[in-house]
Design a protein around this ligand. Sequence first.
Ligand SMILES: Nc1ncnc2c1ncn2[C@@H]1O[C@H](COP(=O)(O)OP(=O)(O)OP(=O)(O)O)[C@@H](O)[C@H]1O
Ligand SMILES: [Mg+2]
Length: 255
Amino acid sequence: MMEIAIRVQGLKKSFGSQQVLRGVDLEIPRGAITVVIGRSGTGKSVLLKHLLGLVPPDEGTIEVGGQDLWKLRESGRRDLRARFGMVFQNAALFDSMDVFENVAFPLREHSGWEEEQIGTRVREVLASVGLSSAVHKLPSELSGGMRKRAGLARALVRNPDYLLYDEPTTGLDPIMTAQIDALIRATQDQHPGLTSVVISHDMQATFRIADRIAMLHEGRVILHEDRETFRQSDHPVVRQFVEGRLDGPIRPDLS
Ligand SMILES: Nc1ncnc2c1ncn2[C@@H]1O[C@H](COP(=O)(O)OP(=O)(O)OP(=O)(O)O)[C@@H](O)[C@H]1O
Ligand SMILES: [Mg+2]
């Protein structure tokens, strides 16, 4: 039986009059990659922020490692958050710091390590994402793919139990996309206890890296299955999305 690492139940969230999450139920197993797909604007990034405990739900619960995030004190939530690595949609590097300093930042803030130990760990992580040659480059001197890898290195540097990726390959060429996908898969395979959640709307990437796939649509998870079962689903919304067809139950929103 798979262990549930993160359990979301009945999660609802609105912004003003806009209902974004309308009752999300999702069980994320430990030691696997779960990819959450859905159209642009369906609330995938909002869902990720809830997993991190960065925004309170209007209704529903989020449990991480069996702990209900919003029954904890702020300090408890902070401790749990420290076990997450997050790869942001736009990499979110500090522009004035070079790659080394960006990746060292979480260690300087939290670890209390000596400089030498920090240096060793930063170089190790940068090597694992193929960025050894860019240690002293500024973000403005990096390609998009290198920025994504620097963001991944920063997310990994504290050896997280949970690793969240928000659209890690958007805006990259197909080869770089395949490289980042391979890196995401390799990272998971090297850390068997790691729980990865990847937000994506790229179906090719999804089938390449996912152990499990959940689809968010109109504020709910409409299907959550292992990769092969998902691939074969005949759910009309899922089929339309997977095949990228214009005709079907999903109406193109051109407003
Ligand atoms: N802090 C906020 N205040 C108001 N509205 C918000 C806020 N955050 C998100 N939204 C709205 O919630 C909806 C979902 O946003 P979200 O960023 O989660 O979409 P997404 O599925 O990640 O889309 P994409 O694939 O384009 O990144 C959008 O309509 C967005 O405008
Ligand atoms: Mg998003």
